[in-house]
Unconditional design. Structure first.
Length: 694
């Protein structure tokens, strides 16, 4: 057994791509090892900003021997065919072959013993295939290689059992050396094995393991914050990004110019976080402190004073720009900024942003009652929707696009708009993701729903739907936002008429899908798919959601989830599980007979034609269960509806135990098939049981 160490030393790999690249490297190489029948004990991968590393432990030194079975000509074939086969197989006599009957005749088979190739011969092929076929989100060409890579590869370290394993990777040098930190240890370092590699990198100011870097950075941030008597504002996504930017992290403290602290905290945080990758600090009251933490990739002789001064200077310039836009923007009222939305296209064919705001305003008024708003909230919702996109025209949002909505809220408050209106402007983009806070104020909910539904209807109407992994207009996120707004606020909204109303509010659009009902149906199916994803982590079965959605008249998400919960509970009971089996038996018999006879058996059961007691009992219980289920469904008592169905288990079991459906009496057979069809119809009033798995 031997170990294999591979290091691809590159220019800086974008932080957002590193984790996926590390996982892909070990997975892809492991698949190639499986193809080559090479056994190993463990495979690991590591990534830093400048290197992608693979370590394979306990790797066998050769492939196992194998036997290849090669089929030859049919027994009795012409002699030249036999001799040609023997020559290709490297055999001298037909007696070295075996005869086998394949069912299509007796053929000669050659059993060839193949010696396994040495691992040193196989590995270079696998490395080349892995590197050439590596799937980067974005890649580039560079002179030293005939393939694409995320950034130019400078050198490759390739060691098998401590010896250099040559690789064919273009003109890139392959050997037994690496380099450490770009500035602190740029000299070449000879490597013997992985243990030696890791130890020497540690001394060369490179922490190889991303998890070790993350832990060190997190601990240093907390400790440094305590040293200045402040509290770190935790930001896990920023921490993940910084882990991918440094190989030897050093945390330093910088100061924010006090004159710039009057800016909104969101502006300060956005400038520090998005542009400079700084961590914010808060004081004992929870307010933003005039200091920041920066993670440097250098050990400076002056203790980092010059680094801090440079970062303070850059931040001061950024915030000075923000201060300028802040002062200039507020000289103009938000409603005047809203007028400039006519100059901003929403999407080609769907009008401008001012038209979108008008549609949002009208739709928000419609949604206010369902959102829990009061008598005067429709006016506030209309106003908030008209102003929601106004800050897109401002200089501040032009400089900090991530603050759209937030800036609008500040400007609305400055203009004297009602607090609820300003709050809705600030929240109307939310929720932006599964972990984002969901608005709960009625006006905020109405405006947020109006924005998302308007976009979904517009893009679906012009057939710009998400495809595969591509979703350029974030429609999946918008649909998930609608679902969360409705479900988490328990809003009783019939989505189909709302979607139709949103479609009708567009004017002057050349629709690809010219039916509002068709767009609404497509969107309801889209919501069903998103709902399955949303509820997967909560353990809700996707087939139950499909079973309820397939009924075709369920567009109230709160009611749908209540029905799904009751259905799931019912199916976990013995009555539910057995009734599902009975349903399938009944449905399959009816389906087969309908296909065979070329007709439907959905007609009413003729009571006078029922011969056996079990038939009459089942017919009576079906009538009772149907009536009880209808009453329960009308009042949304879904547990009661399931209880009504549970009462069918015994008579259905007795029917199948004692009654022959396909009797030789045509009229009796038809009546019994109608009875089975009635079982199917009764259960399908609660959910489409044919969609339920298991």
């Amino acid at each position: 057994m031997a170990d294999y160490l591979l290091e691809l030393l590159t220019e800086e790999i974008p932080a957002r791509m590193q984790a996926r690249a590390s996982e892909s490297l070990s997975r892809s190489f492991g698949e190639w090892l499986a193809v080559g029948r090479l056994e190993y004990t463990r495979i690991r991968s590591y990534v830093t900003p400048r290197r992608l590393v693979l370590v394979v432990e306990g790797l066998s030194e050769a492939q196992p021997d194998s036997v290849e079975e090669r089929r030859g000509p049919r027994v009795g074939a012409p002699e030249n065919a036999v001799q040609g086969f023997l020559k290709s197989a490297g055999l001298s006599s037909i007696d070295e072959c075996v005869k086998r009957d394949t069912g299509k005749g007796v053929f000669y088979f050659a059993l060839l013993n193949l010696a396994g190739r040495p691992t040193t011969e196989v590995l270079p092929e696998f490395v080349k295939s892995t590197v050439h076929g590596f799937d980067w989100p974005k890649s580039m060409r560079f002179p030293a290689a005939p393939y694409r890579w995320v950034r130019p590869i400078n050198s490759v370290l390739s060691l098998f059992d401590g010896k250099v394993l040559p690789l064919d990777l273009g003109k890139i040098p392959v050997g037994h050396t690496t380099i450490g930190h770009r500035f602190l240890a740029p000299q070449r370092i000879p490597i013997k094995d992985f243990k030696d590699y890791k130890e020497k990198l540690d001394r060369a100011y490179v922490i190889l393991d991303p998890e070790a870097r993350r832990k060190k950075i997190a601990e240093a941030l907390e400790k440094t914050a305590r040293n200045v008597q402040l509290t770190l504002k935790h930001d896990p996504p920023l921490l993940d990004e910084v882990v991918g930017l440094v190989e030897h992290p050093i945390v330093l403290v910088g100061n924010i110019d006090p004159a710039l602290m009057a800016l909104p905290p969101e502006v300060l945080t956005a400038s520090m976080r998005a542009h400079q990758k700084y961590f914010a600090l808060v004081d004992g009251k929870g307010d933003l402190a005039p200091k920041f933490l920066v993670v440097s990739n250098m050990v400076a002789r002056d203790g980092g004073k010059a680094i801090v001064a440079g970062n303070e200077r850059v931040l001061r310039a950024r915030l000075s720009d923000a201060q300028f836009f802040w002062d200039q923007d507020r000289k103009i009222k938000l409603e005047d900024w809203a007028q400039k939305l006519r100059e901003r296209t929403f999407y080609v064919g769907l009008g401008d942003m001012r038209q979108k705001s008008a549609r949002m305003s009208s739709l928000a008024i419609r949604l206010i009652p369902a959102s829990g708003g009061g008598l005067t909230d429709d006016v506030k919702a209309s106003r908030a929707a008209l102003l929601a996109k106004a800050d897109l025209s401002t200089g501040m949002v032009g400089e900090f696009p991530e603050l759209q909505g937030v800036i609008g809220r500040y400007y609305a408050l400055k203009d004297g708009e009602h607090h609820d209106v300003a709050h809705a402007i600030g929240e109307h983009y939310a929720p932006l993701g599964p972990n984002d806070i969901c608005p709960s104020a009625p006006i905020s909910v109405a405006v947020s729903l109006a924005d998302k539904i308007d976009s979904l209807v517009g893009f679906f109407g012009i057939a710009e739907k998400p495809t595969g992994s591509k979703d350029p207009f974030a429609l999946r996120r918008a649909a998930l936002g609608v679902i969360r707004l409705i479900v988490e606020n328990k809003l009783r909204i019939a989505l189909k008429p709302v979607l139709t109303a949103a479609y009708d509010r567009y004017s002057g659009v050349v629709w690809t899908i010219t039916s509002a009902e068709r767009v609404a149906a497509d969107l309801l199916a889209f919501f069903a798919d998103r709902l399955k994803v949303h509820l997967r982590e909560k353990g809700v079965r996707h087939d139950l959601i499909t079973a309820v959605f397939t009924l075709g008249d369920e567009d109230d998400l709160v009611r749908l989830l209540a029905r799904v919960a009751a259905l799931g509970k019912f199916l976990k009971s013995d009555d539910g599980a057995n009734l599902l089996v009975a349903y399938r038996r009944a449905a399959n018999i009816v389906r087969i007979e309908e296909k065979k006879d070329g007709r439907s058996y959905d007609g009413p059961v003729r009571r006078e034609a029922l011969e056996m007691p079990e038939e009459g009992t089942l017919a009576e219980r079906l009538e009772v269960a149907t009536a009880k289920a209808k009453i329960a469904l009308d009042k949304e008592a879904f547990d009661e509806a399931m209880t009504a169905l549970a009462g069918l288990r015994a008579p259905v079991d007795e029917f199948f135990d004692r009654v022959t459906v396909n009797t030789d009496k045509p009229e009796l057979r038809e009546n019994r098939l109608r009875l089975l069809s009635e079982i199917r119809a009764t259960l399908n009033r609660v959910a489409d049981f044919s969609q339920i798995e298991g």
